[in-house]
Design a binder for this molecule. Structure first.
Ligand code: NAP
Length: 455
């Protein structure tokens, strides 16, 4: 795959980059290896200061960074601004809390002094996706750098300008040269990186095949990985819920980032008693969404990030229809002009035994399922290979308790859409991956948890 910025709203090629050759990659690995022994000796207060400065740069230049994102991958500009602000938030969060998350923890034993000490591992490789091109990287970089690790970024091949901008921000913020480096390389070069002694561990956010491939390469070298993969998250609405509020959240949760979010609500599981009302209100909301140039402030839905994603999504929609699904609105690409535009789409009546009912739709397509009761809702919610984040709507305490306990997912949000928050761990189970990002759990993924015993 070429490393190129192509505007998904127009098809225009903005910039093409040559992937790094072997000797350029070797030079960057060499630098990472040389910088780490010194970088790990920097103090928390130095690292905090640099990370806070990164937050300041993000805030001051958010208009430029947001434009780069929107032009490279098509998210609405207003969402891109919010993404840059969230990156500043996660930088400030770890700048403040990392020292306490990584402080020695005394444990009483029969030693004169025993404790746990958290120490950095070295160079950590981050293989990242294009859908939140800043946020995905900063939520890795902020804890990794605070822990004293150095970072190597292999970003998705369609967002090279974002990748270079992030390296530049961290360098300008004060981090030493080489503490965080962007490698403009293709996916095929990742396995060789995992085999290099200087790369100690890796994190990947992306698809199942990419995760499996990275985990296999890391496994051969006995190196740790964290995987944040796909989801086909349920959005359950039970009769006691505030339906109007649920429909507003359902629309936002499905359309976020032009429908291309791992934690987007993808399967809407609605109690039969309220299903007609929910379906009608959701249809009204979808019909009111404005699709178009993502740089315009009033646009709700921009283009899909690449023409391949558009084709894959449409094939899934056709497969849903061939399996018996009915299209309430949308259902084919918008063809009046250039760009990868797909309209808000609702599909009902997909038989549950069809494989397509379990797949992840990475675009603005909602699948609606009707269930008789909470038992059937939970059974259907769990009937997928994924387990990332579930949203469920009810005002009944017993139902709330059952939903939070019985749903198989890394997160359950009641009466709210699923979202990431620096203060809370983020990650999945089943084929959605393993390990956690954010919060104290996230910063503990890439450290040596060292036991110290002094007699
Ligand atoms: P993708 O193709 O897997 O790409 C993600 C990253 O992995 C890119 O940098 C890509 O590089 C690289 N890659 C692809 N194949 C690889 C391989 N065999 N070995 C090593 N690296 C490889 O993902 P996508 O389809 O663009 O992104 C969408 C998926 O990501 C969805 O399933 C979504 O749910 C998931 N996602 C999950 C989370 C989460 O936090 N759980 C967040 C966002 C997205 P190239 O671009 O060079 O191919």
């Amino acid at each position: 795959m070429a490393i190129a910025s192509i505007n998904p709203a127009t098809g225009e090629t903005l910039k093409i980059f040559e992937p790094l050759n072997d000797s350029e990659i070797a030079a960057k690995l060499d630098l990472a290896g040389r910088v780490f022994p010194n970088y790990r000796k920097t103090s928390f207060s130095e690292r905090s200061q640099w990370l806070k400065q990164a937050a300041t740069i993000l805030q001051q230049e958010k208009a430029d960074f947001a434009k780069t994102m929107t032009l490279e991958m098509g998210k609405p500009y207003k969402a891109a601004i919010a993404e840059v602000e969230k990156c500043a938030l996660v930088c400030n969060y770890y700048a403040e809390y990392a020292p306490s998350f990584l402080a020695d923890v005394d444990v009483k034993t029969d030693a004169s002094h025993s404790f746990v000490r958290y120490q950095p591992l070295g160079a950590i490789l981050a293989v990242m996706p294009w859908n939140f091109p800043f946020w995905q990287v900063f939520r890795f970089a902020a804890p990794a750098l605070m822990a004293g690790n150095v970072g190597l970024l292999k970003h998705a091949s369609n967002v090279p300008q974002c990748a270079l901008a992030i390296e530049d921000i961290l360098h300008r913020a004060g981090f030493p040269q080489g503490a965080f480096q962007t490698l403009l390389i293709g996916a095929a070069q990742v396995a060789d990186l995992m085999a290099d002694d200087r790369v100690k561990a890796a994190t990947l956010t992306g698809s199942e095949p990419a995760g499996a491939s990275l985990a296999a390469a890391a496994g051969k070298q006995l190196k740790k990985t964290v995987l944040e993969l796909g989801g086909s998250d349920p959005f359950i609405v039970l009769p006691s819920a505030d339906i109007e509020t649920a429909v507003v959240a359902a629309t936002t949760a499905r359309m976020l980032n032009n429908g291309q979010s791992c934690i987007a609500a993808k399967r809407f599981i609605i109690a039969e008693a309220i299903a007609d009302k929910f379906e009608k209100l959701l249809l009204d909301k979808f019909l009111a969404l404005k699709v178009g140039d993502p740089m315009q402030p009033d646009i709700d839905l921009g283009p899909l990030a690449t023409s391949d994603i558009l084709q894959d999504l449409h094939q899934q929609v056709q497969s849903a229809v061939n399996s018996g699904g009915k299209v309430l609105t949308g259902g084919k690409p918008l063809s009046d002009g250039p760009g990868n535009f797909y309209p808000p789409t609702i599909i009902t009546d997909i038989p549950l035994d069809k494989p397509i009912a379990q797949e992840e739709f990475f675009g603005p397509v909602a699948l609606l399922f009707r269930v008789p009761d909470i038992d059937a809702a939970i059974e259907l919610a769990n009937a997928t290979p994924f387990g990332l984040g579930a949203s469920a709507w009810t005002t009944n305490n017993q139902e709330c308790d059952r939903l939070t306990t019985e749903i198989e997912a890394g997160a359950v949000f009641i009466n709210s859409m699923v979202k990431s928050d620096p203060r809370l761990p983020f990650g999945g189970i089943k084929r959605s991956g393993y390990g956690r990002e954010l919060s104290i759990q996230g910063i503990h993924e890439f450290v040596n948890v060292k036991t110290v015993w002094v007699k």
